[in-house]
Design a protein around this ligand. Structure first.
Ligand code: NAD
Length: 506
């Protein structure tokens, strides 16, 4: 495993063949990685393809053993790994630890449930084919290319990596250029946890967008991407050239609804966390709140008090860390300015909250629904709040978005009823982010938030292809449907049978 190094030197100018990983809180260089060329990416995929056959042939029980050993290895090294996540991504150490624990839960779940979820399934052959048996078998795809973001550099790609591995695929992972060291630690840890296992079952290729694009073109059997919607669209267009299937986990603009019957204090507490934790750099973070008039004053008072007390920083007691990707800082600034220009009032912070590396929390009420802060993904420690007349108005506004990733509902009596009307891949009722910590629940979005699902049984199936097998058990005299020996009598029998079976739905 490459040992991360920390220097106080400014990052040296890197040739295009190298990538310097930087601590976003300090600017210190953590490690330098070489960037893989398209030819090197292709070679990595070829090596993974050879390893994939071995891994597939091990079967579910053996793979489970290796994956669970990895789980224990990750827990045994959790302190060291959390330090690295903290250093490279910037989030507080305890948040890094929590991210790791949640990722580990997913590996364990995928390892333990793959056999049952992907077991061959007998299906009824139907009357016309009564002399057949029919079964659907789920086959691994081969090599899955995973492309990840930096905001949850372990948890997020693990939703694809663990499930693809458990289903019997090899994985080539291109971590974000902002969290390359974490991504490589992850792949190294799989190898170190399983010294008896052949190499190249789970490896990384490092670099910027070009390296990711090379992975898309490399002939992998599926691309599982997590990142921005804009990149997801580019990946889908590239993948279309070779009909490579894609799973896209993209951006969001998640809304929270606080109904008049909500526990307002609990709602304010949870929504403050959902909006501001990880500096708001959470795909399923709360970015907009719609609160019913009857409780709006109380909710706004509560959340303002909580959020005003948050302190970003790099110390152990900081509420959240720096912005991981410098380019995002300007987007956050623009959204705040746009919201204020479009009728919004900042009740916590404002434009001055945007500092060089850290952004202090910002809460804006009543910004126009058309403003960027309400429509576009901000991905910073900001929150907009709008008071609404009714739950149905809240639902309408929550759904008026091109995104549809996740959502939050606070209501004592109508939580499920409201959730069912939301256009989103997931909803957490009377909590935030609950769905993300339950491995059996599928995760993914609708609209511009993406295509496909990670986690749970659907997440395992994403990394398999169904193979339909029909076996003729015996020949049915006079019923040679699929033969030139078919007689006139066969058609007469089929016509009669169809009338009896389906001729009565009037
Ligand atoms: P990004 O789109 O900038 O980059 C994601 C990855 O794609 C990186 O590894 C990058 O190098 C790679 N990439 C860039 N251009 C590419 C190309 N042309 N071809 C192939 N790969 C390419 O996203 P980001 O800034 O790293 O992550 C933040 C975004 O991720 C936010 O929009 C957030 O909502 C989203 N996200 C979504 C989920 C989810 O599960 N839906 C989870 C986490 C983050």
């Amino acid at each position: 495993m490459s040992t991360p190094k920390t220097t106080k030197e400014p990052a040296p100018a890197q040739p295009a063949s190298a990538l310097a990983s930087v601590n976003p809180a300090t600017g210190d260089v953590i490690a330098v990685h070489s960037v893989q060329t398209p030819a090197e990416v292709n070679a990595a995929v070829e090596r993974a393809r050879e390893a994939a056959a071995t891994w597939r042939d091990l079967g579910f029980d053996e793979r489970k053993k290796y994956l669970l050993r990895w789980v224990t290895y990750l827990l045994d090294h959790a302190e060291q790994f959390s330090d690295l996540i903290h250093a490279e991504n910037g989030k507080p150490r305890d948040d890094a630890y929590l991210e790791l624990v949640l990722a580990v839960e997913h590996v364990a779940w995928a390892a333990k449930h793959a056999k049952k979820a992907l077991a061959p399934k007998k299906v009824k052959p139907g009357v016309l084919m009564a002399n057949f048996s029919a079964v659907v078998e789920q086959r691994p795809l081969g090599v899955v290319g995973v492309i990840g973001p930096w905001n949850y550099p372990v948890y997020t790609p693990m939703g694809s990596i663990a499930y693809a591995l458990a289903a019997g695929n090899a994985v080539v992972f291109k971590p974000s250029e902002y969290t390359t060291t974490v991504g490589n630690y992850l792949a190294d840890s799989f190898r170190l946890a399983n010294p008896g296992l052949r190499d190249n079952i789970f490896t990384t290729v490092n670099g910027y967008g070009e390296t990711g694009a090379a992975l898309v073109k490399s002939g992998v059997d599926k691309i599982a991407f997590t990142g921005s919607t804009a990149t997801g669209k580019r990946i889908m267009a590239t993948a279309a050239e070779s009909l490579t299937p894609v799973l896209l986990e993209c951006g969001g603009k998640d809304a929270a609804i606080v109904a008049a019957d909500a526990d307002v204090k609990a709602a304010a507490d949870a929504i403050a966390f959902g909006a501001m934790a990880n500096s708001g750099q959470t795909c399923v973070g709360v970015e907009r709140v719609y609160v019913e008039k009857a409780v709006a004053d109380e909710f706004i008072r509560e959340i303002r008090t909580i959020i005003s007390g948050l302190t970003p920083g790099e110390g152990p007691d900081s509420s959240y860390g720096p912005m991981t990707m410098p380019a995002q800082i300007d987007i956050v600034r623009k959204h705040i300015a746009d919201a204020i220009e479009h009728g919004g009032t900042a009740i916590v912070g404002g434009l001055d909250s945007v500092k060089e590396r850290f952004i202090e929390p910002v809460v804006i009420v009543d910004a126009d629904e058309s403003s960027a802060a309400v429509q576009e993904e901000t991905f910073g420690p900001t929150l907009t709040i709008r008071t609404v007349k009714s739950v149905s108005e809240a639902i309408r506004l929550a759904n008026a978005s091109k995104y549809g990733l996740a959502s939050t509902v606070y209501s004592k009596e109508q939580g499920l009823e409201i959730a069912r009307q939301l256009r989103a891949g997931a909803t957490s009722i009377n909590s935030v982010l609950g769905f993300a910590a339950i491995p059996a629940l599928p995760f993914g979005g609708v609209g511009e938030s993406g295509i496909g699902r990670i986690h749970g049984e659907p997440g395992l199936k994403e990394f398999t292809r169904p193979h339909a097998i029909a076996s003729q058990r015996f020949a049915l005299p006079g019923m040679a449907l699929l033969s030139f020996k078919r007689s006139k009598m066969t058609t007469v029998i089929v016509k009669k049978a169809m009338k009896v079976l389906h001729g009565r739905y009037k």
